[in-house]
Design a protein around this ligand. Structure first.
Ligand SMILES: [Zn+2]
Length: 238
C-alpha cells in the first residue's frame, strides 16, 4: 500500500450527526491537478460565494452543533462515463467555515460504489461526508454535471407545500440507502424536471442539480423564492 494512501471506515454514529463520513474510502493524499480541476473549482467557488452569505452553506454557532454544513460538486472531464466512475470535484469535509476557497479545499472523487458503499478519492483534504449522495445523482443521468447540497430551513419546512420530491424520513444522509432513495425519486417523481429535492431524514437538507452551475443554482434560487412566498401566504392568513 502506498504510504500516501489512506484507507478507512469512518464510524456510523448512533445518532444522526452532520459531517460524519458514513462510507469506506480509499484516499490518496496528493495535490489536485490545476489543469484538470481549476475550471470546476472556480465555478463552484463562485456559487459558494452566493450560497454562504444566504446561510445555505457554512459553519455557524448554534446550527447543527457548530459543525460545517452544505457541499458542492461538479463533474470533471468530458464524456458520459460509466455509473460509479463519473469523476467529480467536491468540497472537502468540514470546509464550511472557509471563506476563500482554493484548490486545496477540494477533493476529486474518481470512483464511488453504491453497492459496496465505497469512495475512491484524491486531494489534500478528505471528501465531503455526502460524496456518495453526489455520486448517486451523477449516476441518474450523464448530463447532470453540477450538484449543490445546502441546508435551508425555509425550503425544508415548505417542501410539502411546494410539492417538492422528498426522500423518506427514515433515510439518513450520506448513506447507501440515501443513494437508492434518490434513484427512486428520479423514477417516481418529476425530479428530473424540478432539479431540486428535500431530504426528510436530514434536517434542513436540500439538493439541487443541473447540466451547469447556472442551471443548478437557478433551480435552487427559484425554490427558495417560492418557499419565501409560502411563508408570506402563511402570515397573510394570521
Ligand atoms: Zn447536509
Amino acid at each position: 500500500m502506498c504510504a500516501s494512501t489512506a484507507r478507512g471506515m469512518a464510524m456510523e454514529g448512533e445518532m444522526e450527526q452532520e459531517g460524519v463520513i458514513k462510507f469506506s474510502f480509499e484516499h490518496r493524499q496528493a495535490a489536485l491537478l490545476p489543469d484538470r480541476c481549476s475550471g470546476a473549482a472556480s465555478m463552484l467557488t463562485a456559487w459558494r460565494s452566493i450560497l454562504v452569505p444566504l446561510g445555505l452553506i457554512g459553519q455557524v454557532e448554534g446550527r447543527y452543533g457548530g459543525v460545517g454544513f452544505g457541499n458542492v460538486s461538479a463533474r470533471l472531464g468530458q464524456g458520459a462515463g460509466e455509473p460509479g466512475a463519473r469523476p467529480f470535484l467536491i468540497t472537502g469535509t468540514q470546509t464550511g467555515r472557509i471563506q476563500d476557497m482554493a484548490l486545496e479545499h477540494f477533493c476529486e472523487v474518481s470512483r464511488y460504489d453504491i453497492a459496496q458503499n465505497r469512495v475512491v478519492s484524491r486531494g489534500l483534504i478528505h471528501p465531503s461526508s455526502e460524496s456518495m449522495t453526489h455520486g448517486s445523482i451523477y449516476d441518474l443521468d450523464p448530463e447532470i454535471r453540477v450538484v449543490l447540497h445546502v441546508h435551508s430551513p425555509r425550503i425544508w419546512h415548505a417542501a410539502q407545500a411546494l410539492g417538492l420530491p422528498i426522500t423518506a424520513p427514515q433515510v439518513p444522509y450520506g448513506t447507501q440507502a440515501m443513494a437508492l432513495e434518490v434513484r427512486r425519486l428520479h423514477r417516481q417523481t418529476d425530479l428530473a424536471q424540478r432539479r431540486v429535492f428535500s431530504m426528510a431524514g436530514h434536517e434542513d437538507g436540500v439538493v439541487s442539480f443541473g447540466r451547469t452551475g447556472q442551471e443548478a443554482g437557478q433551480a435552487l434560487m427559484g425554490v427558495l423564492a417560492a418557499a419565501y412566498e409560502v411563508s408570506l401566504k402563511g402570515q397573510d392568513r394570521r
